[in-house]
Write a new protein. Structure first.
Length: 139
């Protein structure tokens, strides 16, 4: 997992915890699965911008495999649950590793589970990073 700082459109971001979304009200969610590095951006009514992503490296693959539920159900309602759950797959006979990470979000309108999958030769990270910044700096 990448640590420390990250920059988006000139906005400096700091590492955060996914659970920090609990109690926030999301106004926009952008999902980008088109490039090499998958990313989800969360924007809150109090002007914060959260980024969920993985920095791809050699000999690994970490991608958004599935989003179960309607992202629209997470908008304009306080987040009641923001939970991260990981599940390791058994190591292969060649030492490769794999991990599923499930990110669960709920409001009064519904729930969404974002499923990431990572695999590696065992040397590279398969974790997902989560960052927080001020979206008003981007305007």
């Amino acid at each position: 997992m990448q640590s420390g700082k990250y920059s988006v459109g000139g906005t400096k971001m700091e590492q955060a915890r996914f659970e920090d979304l609990k109690g926030k009200t999301l106004t926009r969610i952008d999902v980008d699965k088109t490039g090499y590095d998958h990313q989800i951006d969360f924007f809150t009514e109090d002007g914060l911008h959260y980024v969920m992503r993985h920095y791809q490296d050699c000999c690994e693959s970490v991608t958004i495999e599935d989003i179960c539920g309607e992202l629209a159900h997470l908008l304009n309602e306080p987040i009641l649950l923001a939970e991260e759950v990981t599940k390791d797959e058994p190591d292969s006979e060649w030492g490769d590793i794999a991990m599923w990470t499930f990110y669960k979000l709920s409001t009064n309108r519904g729930s969404v589970t974002i499923r990431w999958h990572g695999s590696s030769n065992g040397y590279y990270s398969v974790g997902v990073s989560f960052y927080e910044g001020n979206s008003r700096e981007e305007e």
